[in-house]
Design a protein around this ligand. Structure first.
Ligand code: FAQ
Length: 311
């Protein structure tokens, strides 16, 4: 019978139909979706922290309002993605436990510090820019709840990207010190942003299978190249220079050639040894522990209400 179910599943994938939570799916399909979607959810939640650092120090009320809205959106994306992951039969508690114990991965990019206001500009421009390029193909991914979540998430990410680019534009047209601050942020965020797309295709464990299942629609290297080609002209408009001496337009490929990524640094950060890994995880654990009384109170209230209804 499984053979038959597997055939139906394969046909659906071939016809570009969505797989829904109650449909039969291979166990490995389910597991890899739990893996990728929960990592994505954790990234959104941990991703609030570097920017949260600047909410109380934003340079104007207008900047503060925009940043607050952006960080709130990220909380929403995280909750959306946790809910979508739960449809695969894993509980929210398990997912949180995996994050808090350090078992689960989240994007390497959020383990870098935000030392100046320009970092908020660079994150919006580069990190959200990279997130959009990675997530637009996911709107078309084969698992229904993930694909639908991505449609809304991408719309919000495009506001985030503009928010960041506008900060960079203002700084790069400002005083000498402001322009230097923008350049310094670009210098520090450029390479980690390229790492967001994951290891090169030949080193990527999941890409081949995920492409077959149409979980991934484009490979890590394809998306990274697309990001570079799109972002270099934006840096030119800002009058800032990309910190890569090997970056060069390749007329034949109609794409930029670029320098070697420091993969040692990438794996160090992924394994928990980046500049802020410990701090990020500790902040999440503290938030969970300090929120225990709220969860307890909500449960007690729900129980009381249920008792009242029975009487
Ligand atoms: N960081 O075989 P692959 C955002 C791991 S955007 C850490 O290529 P895959 C918005 C990978 O998990 C950021 N680990 O894996 C925002 C695997 O380990 P595993 C979140 C990484 O899954 C903006 C191993 O390396 N976006 O949050 C990274 O096929 C601003 C081998 O890699 C998403 O999660 C990395 N960068 O491809 C929020 C998008 N790269 O699981 C706040 C959805 C790889 O075997 C502020 N995810 N690894 O233990 C994806 O598209 C994919 O999962 C990739 C990785 C492309 C990230």
């Amino acid at each position: 019978e499984i053979k038959n179910l597997e055939e139906i599943f394969d046909q659906k994938i071939a016809r570009d139909e969505k797989i829904e939570p109650k449909d039969w799916m291979p166990e490995k399909y389910r597991q890899t979706h739990i893996r990728q979607m929960s990592q994505h959810a954790h990234s959104e939640i941990v991703g609030m922290l570097p920017e949260g650092n600047w909410i109380s120090r934003a340079p104007s009320l207008r900047r503060k309002v925009a940043l607050l809205a952006k960080v709130q959106d990220e909380a929403g994306h995280g909750l959306y993605l946790y809910s979508a992951t739960e449809t695969l039969g894993v509980s929210r508690e398990e997912l949180y436990e995996q994050l808090h114990s350090g078992k689960a991965k989240y994007s390497s990019i959020f383990n870098y510090p935000t030392v100046t206001w320009a970092d908020i500009g660079a994150i919006g421009w580069l990190v959200d820019g990279a997130a959009i390029i990675n997530q637009v193909p996911l709107c078309n991914t084969s698992f229904g709840p993930y694909a639908r979540a991505m449609v809304r998430v991408c719309k919000e990410e495009s506001f985030h990207q503009r928010q960041g680019y506008e900060i960079m534009l203002t700084l790069s047209k400002g005083t000498k010190a402001q322009k230097e601050m923008a350049q310094d942020a670009l210098n520090r965020w450029w390479w980690p942003s390229l790492m967001m797309f994951g290891p090169t295709d030949d080193k990527s464990t999941h890409t081949a299978q995920s492409m077959k299942w149409k979980l991934k629609r484009k490979t890590n290297d394809e998306l990274r190249q697309q990001f570079i080609d799109q972002t270099v002209p934006q840096a030119e408009i800002l009058g800032l220079s990309i910190p890569d001496k090997d970056l060069k337009w390749n007329e034949e490929r109609k794409s930029y050639d670029f320098g070697e990524i420091n993969w040692d640094e990438f794996w160090q950060v992924v394994k928990g040894h980046g500049p802020c890994n410990r701090e990020r995880l500790q902040t999440r654990v503290n938030a969970w522990e300090n929120g225990a009384w709220v969860r307890d109170a909500a449960m007690a209230y729900a129980e009381k209400n249920a008792e009242r209804k029975i009487k």
